[in-house]
Structure formats: C-alpha cells, structure tokens
Design a protein around this ligand. Sequence first.
Ligand SMILES: Cc1cc2nc3c(=O)[nH]c(=O)nc-3n(C[C@H](O)[C@H](O)[C@H](O)COP(=O)(O)OP(=O)(O)OC[C@H]3O[C@@H](n4cnc5c(N)ncnc54)[C@H](O)[C@@H]3O)c2cc1C
Length: 501
Amino acid sequence: MITTDVIIIGGGATGTGIARDLALRGIDHCLLEKKDFAAGATGACHGLLHSGGRYAVNDPEAAKECISENQILRKIGKKCVEFTEGLFVRLPGDRLQYRDNFLESCRKTGISTEIYSASKALELVPNLNQSLEEAVKVPDCSIDPFRLCMLNAESSEMRGGKILIHHKVIEIIKEKGICVGVRAEEQFSGEIKEIRGKLIVNASGAWGSQVAKMSGSDVPMTLSKGSLVIANHRMTNMVINRLRPSSNGDIIVPNETVSLAGTTSITVNDPDNLSISPEEISLISREASQMVPEFDSVRLIRSYTGVRPLLKNTSDSGDDRAISRGFKIIDHKNGMFSIMGGKLTTYRLMAEKMTDRIMEEFGINVPCTTAEKPLDGQDQLSGYPVSNRIEKLDDIICECELVRRSDVEKVIDKVGTKFIGDIQHRTRLGMGPCQGGFCTYRALGMMQEQGKVSDSESIRVLKEFLDRRYRGIRPVLWGDQMREEQLIEGIYLGILGLAEK
Ligand SMILES: Cc1cc2nc3c(=O)[nH]c(=O)nc-3n(C[C@H](O)[C@H](O)[C@H](O)COP(=O)(O)OP(=O)(O)OC[C@H]3O[C@@H](n4cnc5c(N)ncnc54)[C@H](O)[C@@H]3O)c2cc1C
C-alpha cells in the first residue's frame, strides 16, 4: 500500500501541473494515470499556446488568462514552446466589423496585435491564400503537450512525488463518508494497488463525471469532441487562424516536422467511444485549404480526436463553442476536489489555484513558484528543430523523425515500459509519414534486448500499438498514404505473419 498526502487522478496537463506545484511546495503526492501522460485532451489537442486572440471577442476572461499564461510558459518552458507567433488572416468575405471587434477586444485584454498587409503576410508565410485581404499578428505559439506533461512530472519525481502511469483508478475508498484512498489497476499486469491519501484531486478531464461518481459525487460537464488532421510536412512556420468567429477547421499549427489542422466541435456522451467521420476530415481539409490552399492536396498522415472537458453550459445555446474556456474547482465536501474546464494554455494557473486550495485545507502557507521556476529536465532535451540531433546515420531508428537509437534506449531504460506508445510520446518515434511502419518492430526488438518485454508478451505489445496506430490512419487512407499502408500491411501481416499469431 502507498500512503501519501494528495492523490491526483489524471496525467494530463492539469494533473501533472498540480503534481509539479505540490512538489515545489513540499507536499507529498501520488499521481495516477490510466494510460501514458497526455492520453486525454492534452495529447489530442492542437498544440496551440493561445495568445488569447481566439477568445478575445467572446470570452475576455479566458483571453486574459491565456495571454498571461502564454507569457509565463514562454519563460518557464523554452523546450516545450516554439516561438512561432501567429497570424489571424482575413479572407475575402470575412467581415470587417469582426476584425474591428477583434482588434478592440485584443487591446482591452492585453493581447498585442500588429496589422499586416496581404503582401507582408505573404512574405512571412508564402503559401497563404494569395487573395487574403490582410492579417493580424498575435503572440500565438506552438507547444508540445507531451513534453510539457513529462517535464511537469519530472519536477514532481525529482522531489519525491510518486507518478504511476498505466494505472487506472477503479474505485474510490470511502470511510465514514470521506474519501480516504483509491484502488488502481496496473494496465498490463492487472495488479491492483491501494493508495491512501488525505485528499483526492480529480483532474481526469472528460472522465471527470465518471471519476466523481465513484465517490458518489457529480460534475456537471458538456463533452465536446474535436477532431484534427496531420499533414506530412510543415506548411507554415507561424500559427494560422481565420479572422472570423470561431468555427470548424480554422486553425493550422506547425508542430516540429508536421502541420496540424482542425478542429470540429460535436457534443458526445462517452469519451471512450469516439470516431472520426469522413465528413469531419473533408470539412477540416476544406476549411484549412481556404487559408493555406496546399491543404487541399497535401498528404494527410493521421487524424485524431479528443474531448474538451467543458463546464456545463448554463445558457444552453446548443453551441459548444459558446461555452466559456474558464475553469472551476469543485469541492465535493467529502475529501475530494474536481478541477474541470480550462485550456492547455491555462493549465499552470489551474494547478496553482488547485494547489492554493489544498494548502488552505492543510493549513500550510507556502506560496506558488511555478510561474518563476523553469520546468526541470529541459537541459536534457534537444531544442527545435529536431534534425540537429543526429551524429551517425546508422544510429537512426526512425527515419521519418530522425530518432536515434540512444534516445530510444534511454526511454526504455528510464520508463521500463511495456508500451511502444510510451517511446513514441517521448521521442517522436513513429510520428512521421510511415506512422511507425518501419520503426515499430525495431523499437520492440530493443525493448526485448533490454529485457523489458518477454518473448511471450511481445505479440500483445506489438498488436496493441499497431491497432492504436491504425485507428488514426484509417480515416485518412487514400493516395500515397494508402500505398504506404499497403506496404506496411505486407510487412506485418505477410513477412511477420502477425495475423496468425
Ligand atoms: C480537439 C481539441 C483541441 C484543443 N486544442 C487546444 C489548444 O490548441 N490549446 C489549448 O490551450 N487547449 C486546447 N484544447 C483544450 C485542452 O486540450 C484541454 O483543456 C486540456 O488539455 C485538458 O487537460 P486535462 O489534464 O484537464 O485533461 P486531459 O488531458 O483529458 O487529462 C485527463 C487524464 O485523466 C486520465 N484518466 C481518466 N480517467 C482515469 C482513471 N479512472 N484513472 C486514471 N486516470 C484517468 C485520462 O487518461 C487523461 O490522461 C483542445 C481540446 C481538444 C479536445
């Protein structure tokens, strides 16, 4: 049995952010995540460190939080944030009135703007729609959510925090009506562990209601699904937004070697039962290509979808986009708190407020320092771009993303993982055009060489990863991606005979 002060459920940005804050304030804690870090909305998001421009007109409070946190994360998370800056582009037909509102709202919420003529915008991003009217520059950035969570978790572990990934909370233990611990199931072995704590924090995002119910409580949430597509190369070095009220497919974000476009907004009931329809893919491609016409013909290598954990809309307009991106801490008055809503961009602020509340509960007065202290572990990470990391060509395990053998070895050694996805999230292995076709079996071989996966476990490990990989590729299977997928299928089903195993 593990005994601690605070149990955190959920290893997304919010949960890992709370773990870091608690660690810096000297509070013992244990974080439980049912999959790997960033397995929920955090890893399924656009990776946009909002300037707040997107919310300035309709949600000024969220916009103010975004710009303030944007400035903090630029300072504390230099190896997670790429200082791309962003453009809101106005295309023919986009209303001038909205542009004026936008500029005025940005001014009021403290978001710096600069108006660029069409020719200046095209100089910066040559493959923008040539008929754009103008663009407004804002301090948007691209952010790597996986790195962010891992660095937050590292700050916690360095100070004695216990971080258990692949541990699903299946029960909340109550005594005399108070939550005193949880039972969690290790997802590979099925082993059940008991963790006892003085307080529980439910930071499980879209699963917040499910987790709250385990303690007999409720969290009023609207689940809003958003889907995105990944193009096989970087089409812009700046974040591109459409200068109009928030709508489908109006953001393109450069992320290392690829470009992400999205998103949609569809209310769902179950965060575990998601699919991406062909209509969503067409809609995103069509809308993104209005801003960057190449999006219409580019090779899409993957699609993914996530669920925004939004606070229930009291106005009930039926439009998920109208729901505030603000966050809320709910005291269930039974030893458990839930923290819901917010954005990836505001995760640190959410963690600060949650930790303040915990400190109050414990009667301890230690101030928050997460806004000043850089995230730990950044020195060991490479910077951008990744390509300057290679010393010897025959050292490469993943050709698409130029991942070195030594990087993969380090992760296997440190995480001791039985999941190929854990290597992927920490190195970008398998994130390029072949989507792991050629590097998956190499990574598995290395896991076996290092004694982390036995012969009898290896087929299960391989199938788990390939199944997950295929779920993301399936919705964008045509053209070159289809041709490559047939080759990969030949390798795994033909040469390696995986279907019979
Ligand atoms: C499509 C989309 C695009 C977005 N784009 C952006 C963007 O560009 N910029 C931005 O700032 N925000 C963006 N957001 C919002 C942002 O992603 C979320 O607000 C934020 O990531 C939520 O983080 P979280 O840690 O609260 O939740 P999550 O990231 O969902 O984390 C919850 C975690 O809890 C775990 N969990 C659930 N149940 C259990 C259990 N029983 N036991 C253990 N663990 C459990 C889950 O596996 C998950 O990892 C986007 C959201 C979506 C859906």
